[in-house]
Design a protein around this ligand. Structure first.
Ligand code: ZN
Length: 373
């Protein structure tokens, strides 16, 4: 029997945490990667302290991204050695583009735990994996056998590991152009035992713009599942995407950047008198500048220009984010005001949109901050 041509519906099911775990998951996500807090709507994002954000809001809005540079331990609950070797082979493709390392281990604990139980294929999304008890699997491949083709191993493995890294389904992109023929889609999935609400959640529901993978809908994304033309009103169709698209690679590189891969050295930047220009020359680029503080004071660091840049100020060495901002400055510019001790800091500048480019200027100076000692 040729497994890959069988009539099994190889759709991926979103697995979500029970509602009572969502708040704890959001706290864990922000602890794992403070940038997860940055996925708040722009107008509400101004140096919000985790402790004061209403828990329900935080739960809804926090991202699910691991800390860049993270090593994720991956273990198999069971499985055929050949099938396991294929999962390892294709999962590893992400490591070429993301500053994340999968370490395949034979013993617990493990961050990602893989099972091969008959049925669907699925994974928890990003840091939601932290909420799953260590003796339970977090990812499943329901139709892999030693007879599975390499194309199918690649397609499903890369897709599920994309979820584990925090990627969501591309057909649920806020700008998805898909006009579903809902009765046909309900009937199709009913044949695999999906109730209508599961179809709503996994097929029709669209994410808000804050949590999307890409700024534009990407029909080549590995996170898009095939769309037969009978499922749409206008004949829109998507074939089997079997590998990472250009935008997938760019996106994952932007959310898990290799620090300093595109670092710009500008000598002698001093926090009391910085004034320099920079440019996000290509999509996903992040510029890093070393800034020296010689005197304890409050400082203001702001950007100018038309590019919608986002800045983060980190302690040099441990990359702990001290302050970050998107739109507190003029127009869509960023402005940070914070107290700084003498030492070396890194200022990271990137575009708000993963595909955005443009030039900017950075200025900083000492300021008096009311109430800041
Ligand atoms: Zn999926």
């Amino acid at each position: 029997m040729n497994e890959d041509n069988s009539n099994i519906c190889k759709a991926c099911i979103d697995v979500e945490l029970p509602i009572e775990q969502v708040e704890a998951a959001a706290r864990a996500a922000i602890k794992e990667n403070p940038a997860n807090l940055g996925l708040l709507p722009q107008q509400n994002f101004q140096a919000v302290d985790v402790g004061v954000l209403p828990p329900a809001r935080m739960a809804l809005l926090a991202g699910k991204r691991w800390a860049p540079g993270r090593t994720l331990r991956v273990a198999f609950m069971h499985g055929d050695p050949y099938v396991i070797s294929k999962v390892i082979q294709f999962a590893s493709e992400w490591m070429n583009y993301a500053n994340i390392r999968f370490e395949f281990v034979n013993q617990w604990p493990a961050d990602i735990r893989i099972a091969f139980l008959p049925g669907g294929s699925y994974s928890y999304i990003g840091t939601d994996n932290l909420q799953i008890p260590g003796n339970q699997h977090t990812m499943n491949f329901g139709w892999f056998t030693p007879q599975t083709s390499d194309d199918e191993f690649r397609r499903t493995t890369v897709h599920e590991f994309g979820h584990a890294l925090g990627c969501i389904h591309e057909h649920q992109h806020p700008q998805s152009p898909i006009l579903w023929n809902k009765p046909v889609v309900y009937e199709y999935y009913a044949r695999m035992g999906w109730p209508p609400q599961q179809v709503d959640q996994n097929v029709f529901y669209r994410y808000s713009a804050q949590v999307t993978n890409h700024s534009a809908f990407d029909r080549d994304s590995i996170m898009l599942y095939p769309v037969p033309k009978e499922h749409t009103m206008d004949g829109f169709t998507v074939g089997w995407n079997t590998d990472l698209s250009a935008m997938d690679k760019q996106f994952i590189g932007a959310i898990y950047p290799r620090l300093f891969a595109s670092a710009r050295a500008v000598d002698g930047i001093r926090a009391e008198s910085a004034d320099f220009k920079g440019e996000i020359g290509k999509a996903g680029e992040e510029d890093h500048y070393e800034i020296t503080v010689s005197e304890k004071s409050a400082y203001e660091i702001e950007t100018e220009g038309n590019a919608d840049v986002v800045v983060a100020l980190m302690k040099k060495g441990d990359f702990h984010i001290i302050a970050q901002d998107d739109n507190s400055g003029k127009g869509k510019n960023a402005r940070i005001r914070t107290m700084l001790e003498p030492g070396s800091y890194l200022l990271r500048v990137k575009h708000f949109h993963p595909s955005g480019t443009g030039s900017y200027r950075v200025k900083s100076k000492k300021v008096e901050l009311a109430g800041v000692k």
